[in-house]
Design a binder for this molecule. Structure first.
Ligand SMILES: [Zn+2]
Length: 115
């Protein structure tokens, strides 16, 4: 997996965890007696990942996050984008797998990776 895409997957995981810490569900989770902590360590790690990412890719992630929220970077499963379930063109898939550049879904624009 491309290094930047690996960072993006980690960034997305952290953003999703922080949303759990700070979102509407947090109060409900706390009311059930669970402690969520402050998320301070996650925010520090997020800052480091953002600083290490390619700026163009980071801007794309931020832009797509406004539309797709928690599912911006998604795996390709059996030639299909797992974000929109659109079938990806075989030629583009072969090109992307052979190269080391991030690929976006031709249907929804999400950033793709292979498991
Ligand atoms: Zn898609």
């Amino acid at each position: 997996m491309n290094k930047d895409v690996r960072f993006l997957v980690s960034l997305q995981d952290i953003d999703n965890l922080l949303a759990d810490f700070e979102g509407d569900d947090a109060d409900e989770i706390r009311s059930m007696g669970f402690e969520l902590g402050s998320g301070k360590g996650l925010r520090e790690t997020k800052k480091k990942i953002r600083a290490a990412l390619d700026p163009t890719l980071l801007r794309a992630y931020d832009r797509l996050s406004k539309v797709y929220r928690r599912r911006v970077v998604v795996p390709v499963v059996n030639g299909t984008c797992s974000g929109c379930f659109g079938v990806l063109a075989t030629a583009r898939l072969q090109q992307a797998r052979a190269g080391d550049r991030p690929m976006v879904c031709e249907h929804c624009g999400r950033i793709l990776f292979w498991l």
